[in-house]
Design a protein around this ligand. Sequence first.
Ligand code: C2E
Ligand code: MG
Ligand code: MG
Length: 700
Amino acid sequence: METSTGIDAKQRLSAKLLKAVLMAACVLGISVSCVQIFFDARQFSKGIDSEAWQMLAMIREPSTQAAYKMEPTTGEEILFGLMEHQSVHIAAIKIPNEPELAVIKRDLSKSGYRYFSDYLFEPVRIYRIPLYKKEPVLEHYGELFLAIDTAHHGQEFIQRSLIVMVSGIFRAIAMAFLLYLIYSLILTKPLNRLIRNLYQINPDAPGPHKLSMPNSRQNNELSIWVRTANQLLESIERNLNLRQKAEAQIMRLSQYDYLTRLPNRRTLQKHLQNLINKPGSSDGNIAILCLGLDDFKSLNAHFNFNAAEHELIKIADRLRNHIGNRGFIGKLGEDQFAIILSKITQPYAAAEMAQALLKQLATPITVNDEKITINGTVGITLFPDDGQQVDNLLQQAEFAMIMAKSRSQNRYQFYIASVDTEIRQRKKLERDLHEALKHHELSLVYQPQIDFKTSRMVGAEALLRWKHPEKGLISPEMFIPMAEDNLEIIPIGDWVLESACQQLHEWHKTEFHDLRIAVNLSAIQLRDKNIVDRIKYLLEKYQIPPRLLEIEVTETSIMEDIELSSEQLNNIKATGITLAMDDFGTGYSSLSYLKQFPFDKLKIDKSFVEGLPGNKENTVIVEAIIQLGRSFGIKVIAEGIENREQETHLIKSGCTEGQGYFYSKPLADQEFAEFLRNWKNKSTSSRKRTFPNEPDVDNH
Ligand code: C2E
Ligand code: MG
Ligand code: MG
């Protein structure tokens, strides 16, 4: 039987205790009673003897008289008096050498107790006392004989013993019950109450439940036990809370990005998987947009780390607010977000969202009192058209974004199967590039630069070419970022510098004595501590006047580490060479940088020259750049001039130098020399340009 405490009744401590106490009490009761009976038996035995002796003493005198007088009748009368004692079996007055003077006899008792009493006290006890007369002379008359039947005394003794035994056992049992009750009251009951209390405790939240103190409130073992148990419960609760908090934190960290609090890649994957698994998911497309921030790393370098993080949080908030409940946004990487749009009926809905997000990004954000615009590029994949697997869909969206970025930034692009192949080819190219220098697949071409004032070809920009054994010519716009990614640009850039210097040395030696050469320097090279020494060494080795070597760096490459760039540029400048800022206008184009860095020349990016003079916006930008250069005393060169209108407009606006297909495409060394010779020969007054504003720019 189960009790309220859930313990089998037989197994309960109190039941066991009761059993043990009862058994002990019975054994004890029986033992004590036995001892008492033993002593009683001895007392009874003595009692029988003393009663017999008393009887004999009582009739001794008259019996002596009867023996003396030889009166059997008197003797019998005397003896008859003894018969009132139930225990007398035989009484006789014996005279020596004579038959008994008097005898009385009674049959032995047939009592049922006989069996025990005979064993304890013998069946019959015999007593004799001599009958004699002392005075005047001692004279022996006979003897008094008494046989006692012990059965009567034995019966009495056994009855008494039974009472002693039974009462002894009862007493012991009563004592046992009393003990049991006391034990139950003091220990078992409070223990049971505690057990019932314990049953009510919720193991997952033991804290709020307290074990109730035993009523006595004394400082006994139980109350100490309860207090300690309560303290234990509290500490379990405390630890449980801490564990729960830690688990929640781990859960949050494992599911969300710690900075932006957006779901992380794993959560995104789960969400996408759920959407795909959902019945009816085939009703419409699911679009996965991978949004990568453009040039976030340079922003990181421009501001301190905290400001960049702050910026990222703002961007995440902005995107989240814009998307609302139309989609699910998460963070894929340091500067990448993923947006999942379900039930897209037409892909253009995804394109619209991509465009809207790019627009959202384009709104400037204020960081450290400075207005910053961050652009992004979006890659889009569609379920089920582009794939069925979550991982593939996300990866393809990323690929599409990377590919879009490598073409131009601030745009979106859908994933198409060919993108995958393109990425794979790109990876192979990266491996091939590693071998390109060793296999002499790299070469330089030179694009002439014209001085508008004199119409002389005063310089050349050295441009790198890679002739891939299978794929043919590969654009530097494709392989230079790759080389920058895996630092291959250091040995390649070094080779470019040396080859350009060597070529210039050749030309200086032969016919073009004051030709200048411009070499593009990548951001990675700019950060290289050895670059200044390397330039100095090459100038010396190839005996090049420093002013005839021009180094082109882009604005964005400076931004990657402004302090280091500033230091490096100043050191480069100190060697006396010319510094040009390439692609001016495409980056931050901040005035403060122009002041901070020692540039001799601004190079207007070809994208601004493109629409001149028809494109009003470009016209304004180009004129502004030229004005800026003039006010800072910096020369301005325009690249990408493709026709006379552009040239005329640039000259009219005050630009001092130009470069572009209008004059010549980049040429191999021999062709370039040939081109220069031809140019010189043809250089007549008809070629001389006119300068309406006659800009007066120092030739540093
Ligand atoms: P960049 O330094 O701005 O070079 C000018 C680019 O414009 C060259 O492309 C040139 O061929 C092209 N170009 C010149 N005139 C015209 C024109 O009239 N119209 C058009 N549409 N384009 C014209 P290229 O040679 O493909 O070089 C692309 C970029 O690759 C360069 O831009 C430069 O950033 C990088 N690059 C090239 N060679 C090197 C190098 O040796 N080292 C480094 N770090 N970068 C290099
Ligand atoms: Mg350049
Ligand atoms: Mg350029």
